[in-house]
Design a protein around this ligand. Structure first.
Ligand code: ATP
Length: 310
């Protein structure tokens, strides 16, 4: 191991959340994962992560949505930085300051996003100059969603979701996200999905041509008609109140709604900025939803931004 650098300027990376436009859950594999076919879109809810040289590895977490995020070595961003250091043979501890605006345990891959951000930030801090492909490959060992949060945009994920292929998506889509008051555990939602399916024979999933067509034309109404999440029945089984949230969103003007990933965040597609503002106000006023965020997609993956002035 080498310690090659001293007095490096801190690096800040901004990373988006993801929504799954389509999440098709296939059979359980021998390694315990389900085979997936998913279409990810990166959306403009961001965490910011600053990495700086330090005497020891560590992190601090701040922001309105930081509750429940570990600050020890189990934090995914710290693990990502350590895995990258080991990968390139560097022995320079860093401190990570994480500012969270992505809901925690919300089905929007916030932990994976922070891991992706840590990889991009440490690559810059240590002057490694690794390609996106190399960072995505390191990220794949940390979590299935990490490569996509490095890549951003709109992409098909296969395997456990970590094998990416870009998708031609035209235009910008407008989203309203209804945040859950309490997170849902991803493993618990997959277990419930297995329980609901029982002994049913599950085919290997492939992306639906209808969804791909909607993305090519950039037609939000068509896209809304093709949103699909195989984990939604399981999330609704564990949180029946999410059914009320989905119904309220459509009643108040969304083109379509879907549970995001393993939930409990519910994603609504709307027909432009005005419609998004109207829906956010109506959902908040209805009392069915505690917290609402508006966002655009697709956006870029983890990227360096100017270091914020304190
Ligand atoms: P996914 O959509 O990938 O299934 P999620 O969005 O439902 O994930 P995360 O926000 O990634 O869930 O958090 C899942 C758990 O991971 C949290 O409850 C927390 O204990 C742990 N965790 C570790 N590091 C982080 C991090 N940097 N940010 C958020 N959670 C983290």
């Amino acid at each position: 191991m080498t310690s090659a650098h001293t007095d490096l300027a801190p690096v800040t990376v901004r990373v988006p959340a993801k929504v799954n436009l389509e999440l098709l859950v296939g059979p359980l594999r021998a390694d315990g994962y389900h085979s997936l076919s998913t279409v990810f879109q990166a959306v403009s809810l961001y965490d910011d992560i600053t990495v700086a040289e330090a005497d020891d590895w560590g992190c601090t977490v701040a922001g309105p949505l930081s509750h429940g995020v570990p600050t020890d070595g189990s934090n995914l961003a710290v693990r990502a930085a350590q895995v990258l250091a080991a990968h390139v043979g560097i022995d320079d501890p860093v401190h990570l300051s994480i500012r969270k605006s992505i809901p925690v345990a919300g089905g929007m891959a916030g932990g994976s996003a922070d891991a992706a951000a840590a990889l991009v930030a440490c690559d810059r801090l240590w002057g490694l100059g690794l390609s996106k492909d190399e960072l995505e490959a390191v990220g794949a060992d940390l979590g299935s969603d990490v490569p996509f949060l490095v890549a951003g945009g709109t992409a098909v994920g296969s395997g456990r979701g970590e094998r990416l292929a870009p998708v031609l998506a035209r235009g910008t889509f407008h989203w309203v996200f209804a945040l859950g008051s309490e997170g849902l555990s991803t493993p618990a939602v997959y277990a419930e999905c297995d329980r609901l399916r029982g002994d049913a024979e599950i085919p290997e999933p492939t992306p639906s041509p209808g969804l791909m067509g909607a993305l090519r034309t950039g037609n939000a109404r068509e896209l809304a008609a093709h949103l699909r999440n195989d984990l939604q029945p399981a999330a609704l089984s564990l949180r029946p109140d999410l059914g009320d949230v989905l119904a309220a969103g459509v009643e108040y003007g969304a083109l379509g709604g879907i549970v995001s990933g393993s939930g409990p965040t519910v994603a609504f597609l709307v027909d432009g900025i005005e419609a998004g503002i109207d829906l956010a106000i109506a959902l908040t006023a209805s009392g069915v939803v505690g917290d609402v965020r508006r966002a655009l997609g697709p956006v870029h993956g983890a990227h360096v931004i100017p270091h914020p002035v304190d």
